[in-house]
Structures are given as structure tokens and as C-alpha cells.
Design a protein around this ligand. Structure first.
Ligand SMILES: Nc1ncnc2c1ncn2[C@@H]1O[C@H](COP(=O)(O)OP(=O)(O)O)[C@@H](O)[C@H]1O
Ligand SMILES: [Mg+2]
Length: 141
């Protein structure tokens, strides 16, 4: 049996406190197997975004564990979470979070730059139809 790519156990996330506290996630547990496609469905306010933020290392759960590709991400410090976001988790947001001064292909390749991937390899994985050595955009017209 293969190990789950994502394994969530008993996670909790509460916003605020006292009588106005919102329990966005209450004791959530599930596994996602590698190579599978999963849809998270629920009405507005049911906690979908909160859950995705916790799995992707953008937010921290108040309790429980989240294992992504074998690493317990609830134990990671800020640097560790940055690495997780750089190397293992991607989001396509409802509104595009593109870097406006870069072309579409350069936006796709931006994480490879952060990971210090060599130019030739970057060009192979995210072709910009420019020589790998040329990274400057043409002047705006
Ligand atoms: N940063 C926040 N501060 C306070 N409450 C929040 C915050 N983020 C989400 N919530 C609340 O948590 C609940 C779940 O929200 P969310 O995860 O955005 O749901 P969904 O994505 O399913 O619409 C909602 O009641 C929302 O108002
Ligand atoms: Mg949402």
C-alpha cells in the first residue's frame, strides 16, 4: 500500500474567542492517496478555504496534525513552511495572483527561480521562447 500524499488528523481551527468564536474546522480527519483527484465541496463559510490554507502551510491549525508527502507540517517553522509552499504545494486562486511585470510563462517559472533551478532546466519546464540566458523582458511599448 502506498502512503497518503496528504494525511490530516483531528485538525482544529478557531477564529476569535469567547462568545464570538468561529470554529471553522472541528476535528477534521482524512487521507488523500497519491495520483487521485479530490473535490472539496461545501456551502460558503463551511471551512473549505481554511482547510486548504492549513494543508498548504499558509495558516496553522490550533490542533491536530497534517502530514504532506511524509512530513508533519504542523511541526515546521516559518522557513520550513516557506519550503513546503515553494516545493510541494500549488494553488490556483479564484482571482489570479500573477506578477504583472512577468509574462505568463515567467509567472509559471517563478517558483523554479526561487528554488534556484538552473536556467536550462527552467527553460525546459517553463519555456519562454527566449534563449535560457536571456531573462530580461523586452521594453514596454
Ligand atoms: N481570518 C478569519 N477571521 C475570522 N473568521 C474567519 C477567518 N477566515 C475564515 N473565517 C470564518 O471561518 C468560517 C469558514 O470560512 P472559510 O474557510 O472561508 O469558508 P469557505 O471557504 O468554505 O467559504 C466562516 O465562518 C468565516 O467567516
Ligand atoms: Mg472559500
Amino acid at each position: 500500500m502506498t502512503n497518503p500524499i496528504v494525511s490530516v488528523r483531528g485538525i482544529q481551527r478557531t477564529f476569535g474567542s469567547g462568545t464570538t468564536a468561529v470554529h471553522a474546522l472541528r476535528d477534521i480527519s482524512f487521507d488523500i492517496e497519491p495520483g487521485t483527484m479530490v473535490a472539496l465541496v461545501g456551502r460558503s463559510g463551511s471551512g473549505k478555504t481554511t482547510l486548504l490554507n492549513v494543508i498548504g502551510g499558509l495558516d496553522r491549525a490550533d490542533g491536530g496534525t497534517v502530514v504532506v508527502d511524509g512530513d508533519d507540517i504542523t511541526a515546521l517553522d516559518e522557513d520550513g513552511l516557506s519550503q513546503l509552499r515553494r516545493d510541494k504545494v500549488s494553488y490556483v486562486f479564484q482571482t489570479f495572483g500573477l506578477i504583472p511585470v512577468l509574462s505568463a510563462a515567467e509567472n509559471v517559472g517563478a517558483p523554479l527561480r526561487l528554488a534556484r533551478t538552473p536556467a536550462a532546466e527552467r527553460e525546459k519546464r517553463s519555456p519562454t521562447s527566449r534563449p535560457a540566458s536571456s531573462t530580461r523582458r523586452p521594453a514596454a511599448r
